[in-house]
Design a protein. Sequence first.
Length: 455
Amino acid sequence: MITSVYFIGIGGIGMSAIARYYLQRGLVVGGYDKTPTPLTLELEKEGALIHYEDDVHQIPEVFLDEASTLVVYTPAIPSEHTEFQYFIAHHFDVQKRAQVLGTLTRTHKGLCVAGTHGKTTTTSMTAHLLHQSHVDCNAFLGGITKNYGTNYILAPQSDYVVIEADEFDRSFHWLSPYATVITATDPDHLDIYGTEEAYLEGFRHYTELIQPGGFLVLHTGLKMQANPPAGVTTYTYSRESGDFHAANIHIGGGEIRFDLISPLGNVEGIELGVPVGVNIENGIAAMALAQIAGLNAEEIRRGMKTFSGVDRRFDFHVKNEHKAYLSDYAHHPEEIRASIQSIREVYPGKRIVGIFQPHLYTRTRDFYREFADALSLLDEVILTEIYPAREEPIPGVTSQLILDNLRPGVPHRLIRKADVLDVVRHTEFDVLITLGAGDLDNYAGEIAAIVEGEK
C-alpha cells in the first residue's frame, strides 16, 4: 500500500501540482529539487519534506521503503541523477509524472488540452469554468492561476479531472482523455521528435487514446491527421470558423465581448476576464470542453467574465493611461506572433517594444528564422542571451542568429540579461512586453516599478 510519495524535481510546475494532490489526500510527500523557489517553499509550508542536493543520504527514512513509496520523476531529470539511480536499483515503483496523470484519466473523466501553444491558459480557463459551476473538477495545471493562487484544484466529489497534455517527451501518450482539445501542432521539441513528421505523428497517436464515446475538439486547419477510436465525436473550432466559433466580436475600451456559436447551444454576451485577442480562441476551446461536461449558459458567462488569468500568460504588471507592461511565457515563434498581434489589437497605434529571452539552444537553432519573422511585428526588438535550461551550448547558436534575420528596418539590440533594468529605464515605449520561458520573469517586479516611475 502506498503511503508516501517522493518527487525527483518536485519544484516543477507540473510536479508540484501532483505533490499537492497527494498532500491533500493525507500521504507523506517529499522530494528533491536543484534550488529553492517560491513554489518549493510553499510546498514545504504545506508539509512537503524537500532538500536541494542530489544526495541519497538526505532522503528522509520514510521514503526508503519500496513497498510503501511511489517515486515520481520529471523527464527533465538526467538519467545519471544519483537519487533516481538509487530508486531504480532498489526496485521502487518509479513513474513519470505523465504516468501518474494517466492513471487519473482512467479513474475520472479526463478533460485534456494538448497543442504546441495555448495549453496552459486554455486548461486553466476550463478548470475555472468547471470549478465555479455545479459540475466542479480536479485540475492539474501548467501555471499558477490568479483565481486560486495555485496550479491544482481538488474536488473529491467531481468525476472530472482537467489536465494539461504535454507533448514533450511524448508525455501525453500516457493519458486516456474523455474529451480533448488540440490547439496547435506547429513543430516544437525537435530535440525529442527529430522531424516535423514525427511530431505530427505524436499527435495522431494521442487522438487514438481518447476513450470510446469521448470527444475530440480540433483547431481548424491543423496539419495533423487525427485517428480517434470509433464512437468518438469530433468537432472543430477557431476564432471565426468551425463548429465552435465566435460571432459579433467587439474589442475596445479595454474589453472584449462576443457570442459563442456552438453545436451544443449558442451562448450570447461572453465577456473575457482577460481581454486580449488570443483569449477569444482559448476561450472558445475551454467553453467547448465546459459544454461537453454539462455547464449551462449562465455558468459559462460567469466563468469567462471572472477568469483572472495565469501568472506569466499575458500577465499585466502595469496598466494605466500612460504605459503598459506585461510578461508572457511565449517561447515558440507562433506563440510570439499571436502574443504581439493580440497586443496590437488592444493597443492600436502604440509603440510596442519587446524583450525576448530565447529558450533552449536547440529551439533557437531550429526556428531562428521563424522567431525573427514573428518578432519583426514589434516596433523594437531587444534580445538577451539564450536561456539553456537542460541543454549544453551549441557552437554558433546564439541570439545573434535571430537578430540577423529580422526584417530590414526593425530597430534591435542584443543585451546581457543582467542589464535589462537599465535598458528599460532608457527605452521609449507605450507598451513593453517581456517574452520567454526562461528566468527573465524574475525581473518583472523591478521592471514594473521602473515603468510606473518608482525606480
